[in-house]
Design a protein around this ligand. Sequence first.
Ligand SMILES: [Zn+2]
Ligand SMILES: [Zn+2]
Length: 308
Amino acid sequence: MKRAVCDAPSSAPQPLPMVWAEHIMRAWLSLILLLAGGFVASGDTVLRCSVCQSRISGQFLWYSAPALAEKQPVCEPCSKLDTKCAVCSLPVGNRGRKLDDGRWLCTKDFEAGIFSQAEALRIYEEARRDLQTILAGTGVLPGRNISVSLVDGTQLKKSNQAMPSEHEDRSLLGLTRTRVAPGRQFQHNIYLLSGLGRARLAAVAAHEYTHTWLHENVPVDRGLDRDAVEGFCELTAYKLMALRKEEVEKKVILANAYTRGQVNAFVQAEAAHTSNESSNGSRPASTRSCPRQTPSGNSHCAKTVQRQ
Ligand SMILES: [Zn+2]
Ligand SMILES: [Zn+2]
């Protein structure tokens, strides 16, 4: 990845908690009321509520969010449910599951969730293998000095609280801790949140692996600012999702307000760079500046419409 790192200055030495947060989905979900009659389905289409599966015959809402591949109809009673799925943000009905750490998941996301350490390790290893291609030629690629644990939200929160962090505990999806022994002997511990789907867990694994890469390759005295660090980690996660054609996860990463727009700037710079490279055949510069920008306004939403 040709060091898409900023000239900006470097992250503190280890041990340092590095977090990847998200939970933007809730922020994206606000309601917009539309005029009744804004939607009329064709006569032979049966519209069903995405939450309770009942046939919709009156007022309902369209929900959209970065984590949803397309907008989803939700009946009015379901739209009033208090609990929201921690993965897709849709309301959770009586068939949803509450995890021990307090998160709720809809049936679909519960069934797709990864709760097995062995499976999580497989997903991590696949992500690491692909990232080694993405990061090839850019310094030391950490390998065997990384231990990976799948943990629930309570354990992740506890690990995060053991060291100061700028992030809210509830938004954590992953965490990396690095210890450095004399002689620059690095030992990394990566914690991944259980219950995420395969693609999102791979994106979190990619993000956390990139922290280990940064710890080993960015000189301590560079003092990279937090947004640049997190934006770079998100960029590699984005590149992995792009490689795997995970369109929803790409959308989730770009919509993530967590890096305050840094990831969008990196992705745009990367795209512009790739385009220049292919048009003039020049080699990429080893570093480049990374403009800041505010998160794009790709807001959210659910809309109320009238089913005829
Ligand atoms: Zn419903
Ligand atoms: Zn869900």
